[in-house]
Design a protein around this ligand. Sequence first.
Ligand code: XAN
Length: 446
Amino acid sequence: IKRVQHVYRGTFMHSTQQAPLQILEDALLGVDKDGKIAFIGKGGELNKLSQDFGFSPSEVTQLTKDEFFMPGMVDTHIHAPQYSYAGTALDLPLLQWLDTYTFPVESRFRDLEFAKKVYTQVVKRTLRNGTTTACYFATIHTDASLLLGKIANDFGQRALVGKVCMDMNNSVQHYKETTQDSQDETRRFITELLKKKYPLVKPVVTPRFVLSCTGPLLGELGAIARDNNLHIQSHISENAQEVKIAKEMFPESETYTDIYHKFNLLTDKTVMAHGCYLSDDELNLFKETGASLSHCPNSNISLCSGVLNVRNVLKHKVKLGLGTDVAGGYSASMLDAVRRARDTSKFITIQTPEHETLTFEEVFRLATLGGSQALSLDEQTGNFEVGKDFDALRVNVAAPEGPIDISQEEGPKVGSLERFLNLGDDRNIVEVYVAGRKVIPFTEPT
Ligand code: XAN
């Protein structure tokens, strides 16, 4: 028999390809020794399941009436070093913001002590807020980037970690690499990180964006990703000034998207942040190549960058997830990304009443299953399906001292999820699991 290690009973809420929200009431979910979901059944099947999967009914963890499980959230775009100034420096547009605030701070991450402090903070904060998978930008510093991978692994977060590549930058003197160093250090980063055999942490090839990289570097990075079958992340079409400069830099390319495409940087393992100004033709190229978008609404508003029409992206069948984009986005919590994504969609409806506003169920799907698809990690995570890893949040809507007051006995129905997404915070997230391991409350010495 296939023995399970843990069994949970209660309400489970998740998304599927067919339904943005599926609610499983009085369900039983078993997790095997590898942290994978072994079965999902109904409470009434307890006796049979306990025989089939070798557990005793007395070992089942029963949720209370105010609790439910939902999939862990996927932050498809977050700059770990920028967490050190999150909540400040939101008064300039993108390119001036990078020169004035971002590059000077990122250049400090040569200092491994500082890196350790900030990276521990960001991993702990995001985990506590329900981010079970994060796709990180680090800095150009290979050793500090490796340290971010180690810290994610130590705390049990699933992560893609990118050593940032940039061989162009005129504002902060030492914060750039030679073209050769950038590719050599990328190779070293990949080799060293893979050597650690962290089960949930993988490298991602990370050209910062077109404005920070020469053509030869972009070409090399495309080749490195292809030869090693790696993930790729970058930024695209975030801000009007950026789009204009990108096209001036590469006049032989018709569009911003075409620049990345010519360097083999658009694959089904590519995630591009923002995309506010992409044309329908560019979205079609995303669809054809399998590349995805990370929608970062807090950042788009905070830096006055632009407005992404998510409905239009979904109509083009381009994979899409949500990102906090710390620190252009000031909040490291995916609950904030959920709210800002809805606000942005409603804002488009205010301007264009025929626009079909995203429902909260759809935004819930973007924060979970959509994010896992955007990162091509949907075989491992994103929802509760047998064979996937158990990445989950145990949510108590009525957590004592929490932000939500429950006035009627209603049990965990759709309203509980909606309230949690709109009003909840980390006090409602009583436990977090990644690949079956309980990572919140923290067990590590802190
Ligand atoms: N483009 C960027 N956009 C952003 O939001 N944050 C960044 O750090 C960055 N770099 C290039």
